[in-house]
Design a protein around this ligand. Structure first.
Ligand code: F6P
Length: 373
């Protein structure tokens, strides 16, 4: 290992953090092929920051990527070959370590791996952490690739994983529609998305939903009942309602999930709005069932757009490190790759829907009920 290190000009690390999604393996493969072309080495760090913090170049959490690992199957397979541990940071704190101590072990791990740069494929939480880790120290040098099925990362039209999750949700809704028709029912389908309604909106539009509820806009139950009524009166014998998991109403609120009082590096777990809404619809006298799609939205065969986006981001991340450019978020917007400075971006990293969004307008023009502000 030490001998190899002398032969290598540049050594790059790559890790995946946060909730997994499709397209992560495309990023890893893209980065690997580019490092190979440049004669560099790419170290895959398993379990995200936990793997980086283990401080040992020979530890089982680090693997030198090669042709046998990074084959073409990587383009298709969801998940991450490098795994992702979302609970490590909070569990270390629960064990009694300070946040500062945990952060120090990440920096130490980076130093001991003798990396010339790190590619972090993550979501908003990891971006904020990296910003904090590098605020007062230039030891850790990184490039950030945005991934999340929620698509709630600003500056980029699409984060890696979003488009496959929409594809999976659309396929599921199409299956649900056939049974909705046979039984002349209303079906409520709860989709993921955390605090943003992108999955609900895109999947709802692409599957022809009648009602799409997103956390950004309040809804009126009476309007939903009217929509169901109108559907049946006009000869359509069913109704499809897509609701994002974090939607709330006056009589349905989510509660914050705290792990021993520690919430900073964890997040609220949303569930139940689909079931709640379906109960209300039943109480109004309509035949109704609810389905929660859940984690199937994080799997499935990676769609072409995520394969291409992931590969492009992986290659570009290596190019940036090769040029000595660090502290950037890769974004894809106006049909080209853009670089966003992490320091500028971090405070406004989350994006949500607005009434001006082109697809919100499209839904309204189609007569789909999307609620209102
Ligand atoms: O952020 C991605 C996401 O899938 C959200 O849409 C969802 O709320 C959350 O992660 C689920 O997280 P977990 O896997 O911890 O249940």
């Amino acid at each position: 290992m030490v001998f190899e290190r002398f032969l290598m000009t540049t050594r790059i690390g790559i890790l995946t953090t946060g909730g997994d999604c499709s397209g992560l393996n495309s990023v890893i493969r893209g980065a690997y092929l580019r490092t190979r072309a440049l004669g560099y080495s790419l170290v895959g760090i398993k379990r995200g920051f936990r793997g980086l913090a283990c401080n040992d170049v020979l530890c089982p959490d680090c693997v030198e990527l090669d042709d046998t690992i990074c084959d073409e199957e990587m383009l298709i397979k969801s998940g991450s070959i490098l795994l992702s541990d979302t609970k490590w940071m909070s569990s270390e704190v629960q064990k009694g370590r300070t946040v500062e101590d945990v952060k120090k072990s990440i920096i130490d791990g980076y130093r001991q791996l003798e990396l010339d740069g790190l590619i972090c494929v993550g979501g908003d939480g990891s971006l904020k952490l990296l910003n904090e880790l590098t605020a007062n120290s230039d030891t850790l040098k990184f490039v950030f690739v945005p991934k999340t099925i929620d698509n709630d990362v600003n500056y980029t039209d699409y984060a890696v994983g979003f488009q496959t999750s929409v594809k999976v949700a659309v396929e599921a809704i199409e299956n649900i529609r056939s049974t909705a028709k046979s039984h002349e029912r209303t079906m409520v389908i709860e989709v993921m998305g955390r605090d943003a309604g992108f999955i609900a909106l895109y999947a709802g539009l692409a599957s022809g939903a009648d009602v799409i509820l997103v956390p950004e806009f309040k809804y009126d139950l009476e309007k939903i009942k009217e929509k169901i009524q109108t559907n049946f009166q006009s000869g359509k014998n069913h109704c499809i309602i897509v609701v994002a998991e974090s939607v709330e109403s006056d009589d349905f609120k989510h509660s914050e999930r705290k792990v021993n009082g520690f919430v900073k590096y964890t997040h609220i777990s949303y569930k139940g709005i689909g079931h709640h809404l379906s109960q209300q619809i039943k109480e109004a006298g309509f035949e109704c069932r609810s389905v929660t799609l859940g984690h199937i939205q994080r799997g499935g065969e990676t769609c072409i757009s995520d394969r291409l986006l992931g590969t492009m981001f992986g290659v570009e991340a290596v190019n940036l490190i090769a040029n000595g450019t660090f502290g950037k978020i890769l974004a894809f917007s106006e049909n080209r790759i853009k670089l966003i400075d992490v320091r500028e971006a971090v405070e406004r990293v989350n994006k949500t829907l607005s009434m001006n969004d082109k697809y919100v307008q499209l839904a309204k023009d189609l007569g789909v009920y999307v609620g209102e502000i």
